[in-house]
Ligand binder design. Structure first.
Ligand code: MN3
Ligand code: FE
Length: 305
């Protein structure tokens, strides 16, 4: 496919476009360095945890770190589909998106290497433990199957219908429901007990990155629905299809513990996940039957509000 013109030598970059505004924010807030986070106190805390407490944290980490790896591995087909449509502003934002997911992988794995698997011989040489055992059926359904399948489908079929399925899976369910819920509940639990300040610091930074990713997903889906109103049912079907597995991930995690360490409560996670899901859904419903101009206006409003 050859180019027929370039945006930068014709109309210029549209800096008012929501993804371009997100790009501007990403350049400012998305450049924190996981290597700079101080884990000194985290190491002291870790040494005092009981085996059950260590097990629960490793469990949650195994869901987060593999989830970050999955979103890093699986974003490219969406970037490619967007780039092929010549949407330079969106692609520019997506470069920060991918960089940030890579940083999240880096961050969680660094915590594991330096805090969770300490070594008397120095960093990175500790006993490694295979954490795959924590990945239950619902987790596998989403991160091993649904996510890569929905994204890789774009390689052969980059149609709006296919983009909607990919973005619902990636931005709404994996990021909007699962990641948001996990970070929120995990952060709250650690904060309540004043534990692992380095891990908490990283999660608070990473949540801000994540909110830009989700904002882009909402924009993308709103744009796709504005341009293809007949695809609303497709969006709704994909959302509803994935919801049971998303909620199931929480149930699977809690089922392993008779008494959950740190006073963690399953309902807190489930309720938060359900409210996230409804919030995302209501936000997308607003895009039904509106013009592209309106989509851009609402995105700007959400950004300022
Ligand atoms: Mn992430
Ligand atoms: Fe993300």
């Amino acid at each position: 496919m050859s180019h027929t013109s370039f945006v930068t030598t014709t109309r210029g970059l549209n800096r008012e476009l929501p993804p371009m505004r997100l790009f501007e924010k990403a350049k400012k807030y998305g450049i924190w360095n996981p290597s700079d986070i101080d884990f000194t106190k985290d190491k002291h805390h870790w040494a005092k945890f009981t085996n059950d407490e260590k097990e629960l944290i490793l469990h949650l980490l195994s869901l987060f770190v593999a989830g970050e790896e999955a979103v890093t591995l699986d974003l490219l087909p969406l970037m490619q589909a967007i780039a092929q449509e010549g949407r330079i502003e969106e692609e520019m934002f997506l470069t920060t998106f991918l960089f940030e997911e890579a940083k999240h992988v880096d961050f969680f794995r660094r915590f594991m290497d330096e805090v969770a698997f300490p070594s008397p011989l120095g960093e990175g040489l500790g006993v490694r433990s295979d954490l795959t055992r924590f990945h239950g059926d619902n987790y596998r359904q989403i991160f091993y199957e649904a996510l890569p399948n929905a994204l890789n489908a774009l390689r052969t079929d980059p149609s709006p219908a296919s983009q909607i399925q990919a973005s619902v899976t990636y931005n709404m369910v994996v990021e909007g429901v699962l990641a948001e819920t996990g970070y929120h509940a995990f952060f709250t639990m650690l904060e309540r007990n004043d534990l692992l300040p380095g891990l908490r610091k990283g999660i608070s930074l990473l949540k801000k990155d994540e909110s830009r990713h989700i904002a882009y997903g909402v924009y993308l889906l709103s744009r796709l629905i504005a341009e293809n109103p007949q695809e609303w049912d497709n969006l709704q079907t994909q959302m509803n299809m994935l919801l049971p597995s998303a909620i199931g991930v929480i149930g699977d995690a809690f089922a392993r513990y008779e008494v959950v360490p740190f006073g963690l409560i399953e309902d807190d996670f489930v309720n938060y996940a359900m409210s996230q899901f409804s919030k995302r859904f209501e936000r997308l419903e607003k895009a039904k039957g509106v013009s592209l101009d309106e989509v851009n206006r609402v995105a700007r409003e959400a950004e300022e509000g």
